[in-house]
Write a protein that binds this ligand. Structure first.
Ligand code: NAI
Ligand code: 15L
Length: 269
């Protein structure tokens, strides 16, 4: 167990943030919490928006690393995505650079590459080097976040692990999720590896459990020391009975991003 480290957890009020608030302290972390909404039972949490540069600067002061989960987590009108998921990470990286924070773990998403065809039959797993193919403005913002991380590594030596998370929920809820599910316990294992591995530079990894139906290559995550222990397969029989197997002729079944690929954009009103 490495020495306890102070980690700023942004998006601490959200679904994944709540799961990680429960799981990461067991790894020895002292979490400083940040979210735009108050967190019940957490009076010391910082309640601020990613647009608030002064608050961000204070929030990152003295931390060893940042686990950046805050942001819009689904498709939304572009102007909202711009503020939360493009300007927000920029503000965070600037604050981290100014305060000398060494590492950020960035919650990227499979939707940065959502238009990539999923492997079928004996086709190889999708590598992390596959080109960005965002499926939404949301996915586009995650592609931006990965490039922002690369810039801050190349130019300023600020390290990042960009984790292209599949679906991190207590249980997989669809046949697609059987391939991309990240169990919460494996999520904590992966974030711990990303926070503690030596010399990561800017590393891009996929975030999922060791699913029997896996679509992508976990080797860059394993290189950080991540050893997934869960597999979605025990959920398969029930989900397949309810929903059927994926139909390769339907684009939302044939691409990594699922229905994000076919959902119409959300235009401003
Ligand atoms: P969520 O929507 O439940 O939580 C996001 C949190 O960020 C919320 O508490 C919200 O208040 C906060 N937030 C949003 N905009 C903010 C702003 N401008 N300033 C400060 N706080 C702000 O999302 P979830 O599921 O917890 O996801 C966390 C992160 O992981 C997101 O960045 C999401 O894109 C990413 N991700 C999650 C996946 C999942 O399966 N849960 C899959 C892929 C990526
Ligand atoms: C994501 O990026 C979302 O944040 C999450 O809510 C899920 O929709 C996930 O992708 C997914 O692809 O299932």
């Amino acid at each position: 167990m490495p020495a306890p480290r102070t980690v700023l957890l942004t998006g601490a009020a959200g679904g994944l943030g709540t799961l990680m608030r429960g799981l990461l302290p067991a790894y020895g972390y002292r979490l400083r919490l940040f979210d735009m909404v108050p967190i019940p039972g957490e009076p010391d949490a910082i309640t601020a928006d990613l647009a608030d540069r002064a608050a961000l600067r204070e929030a990152v002061r003295g931390v060893d690393a940042v686990l950046h989960l805050a942001g819009i987590s689904l498709e939304a009108p572009f102007d909202k995505i711009l503020r939360a998921n493009i300007e927000g990470p920029y503000n965070l990286y600037e604050a981290a650079r100014e305060e000398g924070v060494g590492r950020i773990v960035f919650a990227s998403s499979n939707h940065a590459v959502g238009f990539t065809p999923r492997p079928q039959g004996a086709a190889p797993l999708i590598p992390v080097t596959t080109a960005h193919r965002p499926d939404t403005f949301y996915g586009l913002s995650k592609a931006f976040g990965e490039d922002l991380a690369q810039l801050y590594w190349d130019k300023h030596g600020l390290e990042t692990v960009s984790v292209r998370i599949g679906s991190c929920f207590a249980e997989p809820a669809s046949v697609r999720m059987l391939s991309i599910w990240l169990s919460p316990d494996d999520g904590a294992r992966l974030f711990h590896a990303a926070l503690t591995a030596e010399r990561v530079g800017h590393s891009v990894v996929y975030g999922s459990s060791a699913n029997t139906r896996l679509w992508w290559d976990l080797s860059s995550a394993r290189a950080l020391g991540y050893e997934p222990r869960d597999d979605s397969e025990p959920y398969a029989a029930k989900l397949v009975a309810e929903q059927g197997e994926l139909d390769p002729d339907r684009p939302e079944h044939a691409r990594l991003g699922g229905h994000f690929v076919t959902d119409p954009p959300i235009w401003p009103h």
